[in-house]
Structures are given as structure tokens and as C-alpha cells.
Design a binder for this molecule. Structure first.
Ligand SMILES: [Zn+2]
Length: 385
């Protein structure tokens, strides 16, 4: 995170545990918090005290307990407006920004079309967008310290650098430092799929899971993995590249240079190329290919079917490998789920190893603003050690 003076709110393990739990689920009684964290009730009360004093937690009026069940207890809740977080998602042509509270609820959002794509211009526009968001309410300005930025590609979160992003052909850009200088906020930079995985794990479908995966389908096929309750980065920061699992040694060439990757058959570009090739219509765009398939054109339907099969096999490989409790499937590719959803599910069921196939696939359409929320949640993570 940049600048280097991080602002962790909690450092002790007990405080960390109860704050994390209350952010996702609030209110909870001290007894429930103790049960779930394995702490004693006394330890919960002691850990909560500084967070109550700082205004991050508050006590609700006592719950009436059954006669003879002892004295009434005050449940604990997060004070959502105590601090706000800005998130910005950099997409191919637009900056999407949002302000979230401590419960990751979106309080306001805005977007700006991208002009020049060089890092300096993008940073200047990003600073304007952040200003606009923080000017919406005085408390946003006074109670925001952290900005999360999500961008596609190879992102070194610890170093705050975009090592490579295909969006604007960036190479080794120190974006966190630049954005911090431009906005005055502490900046955490993350890959966009990992950012939305964190948001879903902490505040969405993945709450309470130790093993969780999110798969995005569309222009690219990506995934974020949670193992032992933690986002998996991998030794080189690129764990979870489900799109580049090779499923067909004789398959088409992939943009990554390998052959037969899931993405080489299942990305929107790959589907379009297949439909163009099979119909002899190089003029087709993706919407045209979708229309052909929905109209019953066998070649177009077949291209979507093969894409669905590839995605299903890819997800099955992921699930057989690390056994998540749940997989969320999202991305702009969900718009054409009617054309390949059945094929995804069939291939998934056919290729999962034994009990791993119990893991349900949940479809979750996420509009662009939700990606900015993912970035804000990455900013929120800076409260933790
Ligand atoms: Zn590939």
C-alpha cells in the first residue's frame, strides 16, 4: 500500500477477528462472537473496547433474554459511517468510482470516460473523479483515508505497480505511488478479478467460506481463489489463471502464446472468430454472432456450445484441484449465458472429481459499479494488518 505509512486500525489478532466478523455480519452478540472466533467472552469484550472508543463499533440496546437466563446482553454492531473508502476500477474506456462505507455499502458512485491512456493522464482523471466523489458529502471528505484501485492484468499489489495491463499496454507503472500523490490518499492496487473476489468473499456469496472461487467470463476468462480464508496470490502473483489452463493440445492458439487454453475457445473474441470462420462472414461483430446463435444458426450455436464446454472443463479443473465450497461465475459473458449455460453445467458435472462436484456454481451478474466496489473493499482491507 502507498504511501508506506499504512493506517491499520487493528493489529491484535482478537481485534482483527471480531472486526472482520462484524464488518460482514452486524450486529452479533458477544456470545456469538466468542463462539465463532473461539475467544472467551471476556476476550471479546476487551478486544471490542478500543474499537468502541474509536467509534468503529457501538453497542445496541440490550436484548431481552428468557427469564432466568442471566443478565441481558448488548449486541455489538459496526458504525458503518465511521470511515469511508473510495474504489476506482480502470476499464478499457471508462473510470468507475464509488464511495463505500465500512459495511461495503455503496454510498455514491460516478464515472468518467477515459481519454488519453498514458498513466499520467489516467492518474489526473482519476484524481478528478475521486474529488468529485468526496465532494458529494462533507463526511466523505473528512472520513476517507484509503483508495483502492482495480485494474486488469499483472498487478504487484505489494509494490503498488502494474507490471502489465493489456488495457492500455502499460508496463511496470508505479500506479499506487502516482495515485497517492495525486489524491493524498493511501492507495492499495489490486488486479480487478482479485478485488471483486475479495468483495464477494468478505461481503457477498463467499461470507464465512474458507475455500472460495470467483470465475469471470467475457473478454477474458479469469478467477480469484480464496484458500484458508485468504486470497491466493501465488509465488508470482498470478495464481488462478483458469483461462490459461490448456484443455486441448490440438486446440486453437491463445493470446498468451500457448495452445488450447480455455480462453482460446471461450473468450468473446475467440467465440466471434469461430463464428466468423464457420459462417464465412468476417464482417460480423460479437452482437451479430449472438443474434445468429439466438436465431438458431447451427455454426454460431456450436461456437457458443464449445465455449461453454471449455469454461465448464476449466471450472471443473479448478474445483477438483482445490475443492472450494462455492464458485461464483460472473462477468459480462453472463449476458450470453442462455447460449452456453447448459454446456458449462454439463461439462462441469462431467469433469469434476467425485465429491468436488458438490460445489455449487452461483451466477452473479455484476454491473461495472460493483467492480469499483471491489476496489473500495481492497482499500478497506488496509484497516487490517
Ligand atoms: Zn492462454
Amino acid at each position: 500500500m502507498f504511501p508506506n505509512h499504512a493506517h491499520p486500525l487493528v493489529t491484535a489478532p482478537a481485534e482483527t477477528a471480531i472486526l472482520a466478523m462484524l464488518l460482514a455480519e452486524s450486529p452479533l452478540s458477544r456470545v456469538e462472537l466468542a463462539r465463532r472466533t473461539g475467544l472467551s467472552s471476556t476476550a471479546v469484550t476487551k478486544a471490542a473496547r478500543p474499537l468502541i472508543d474509536d467509534g468503529y463499533l457501538h453497542e445496541l440496546p440490550p436484548e431481552r433474554t428468557a427469564p432466568g437466563a442471566g443478565r441481558p446482553v448488548n449486541p455489538l454492531a459496526v458504525t458503518a459511517e465511521r470511515e469511508f473508502f473510495v474504489g476506482v476500477k480502470i476499464s478499457a474506456d471508462t473510470l468507475y468510482g464509488t464511495v463505500c462505507d465500512l459495511r461495503a455499502r455503496t454510498r455514491t458512485s460516478a464515472h468518467r470516460p477515459l481519454g488519453d491512456r498514458d498513466p499520467e493522464s489516467v492518474c489526473a482523471l482519476l484524481a478528478d473523479l475521486v474529488d468529485e466523489l468526496l465532494d458529494t458529502k462533507p463526511e466523505f471528505r473528512s472520513r476517507t483515508r484509503h483508495l483502492g484501485i482495480a485494474v486488469s492484468g499483472d498487478v504487484d499489489r505489494d509494490a503498488g505497480r502494474v507490471r502489465y495491463s493489456g488495457l492500455s499496454r502499460w508496463h511496470d507503472v508505479p500506479l499506487a505511488e502516482m495515485a497517492s500523490r495525486a489524491t493524498g490518499l493511501a492507495v492499495t492496487l489490486e488486479n480487478d478479478v482479485k478485488a471483486i473476489t475479495v468483495a464477494e468473499h468478505w461481503f457477498g456469496e463467499g461470507i464465512g467460506t474458507e475455500y472460495f472461487a470467483l470465475v469471470t467470463i467475457g473478454a477474458g476468462i479469469g478467477s480469484g481463489l480464496v484458500v484458508n480464508g485468504q486470497l491466493l496470490a501465488g509465488a508470482y502473483g498470478v495464481a488462478g489463471e483458469v483461462g490459461h489452463i490448456s484443455i486441448d493440445p490440438a486446440g486453437p492458439l491463445c493470446s498468451c502464446g500457448q495452445v488450447g487454453c480455455v480462453e482460446a475457445t471461450a473468450s468473446s473474441e475467440a467465440i466471434l472468430a469461430a463464428v466468423r470462420g464457420a459462417t464465412g462472414r468476417p464482417d460480423l461483430d460479437f452482437d451479430g454472432a449472438v443474434q445468429l446463435a439466438r436465431g438458431g444458426d447451427p455454426a454460431a450455436r456450436d461456437a457458443f456450445a464449445r465455449a461453454g464446454h471449455a469454461i465448464g472443463v476449466g471450472i471443473a479443473s479448478l474445483v477438483s484441484l482445490f475443492g472450494p465450497e462455492r464458485v461464483v461465475v460472473t462477468g459480462e459473458g453472463l449476458d450470453t449465458y442462455d447460449l452456453f449455460g447448459t454446456h458449462i453445467k454439463e461439462a462441469y458435472a462431467a469433469h469434476c472429481f467425485k465429491a468436488a462436484g458438490k460445489c455449487p456454481l452461483t451466477l452473479r451478474p455484476l454491473p461495472w459499479e460493483e467492480w469499483a466496489r471491489g476496489a473500495a473493499v481492497v482499500g478497506l482491507q488496509a484497516l487490517f494488518p
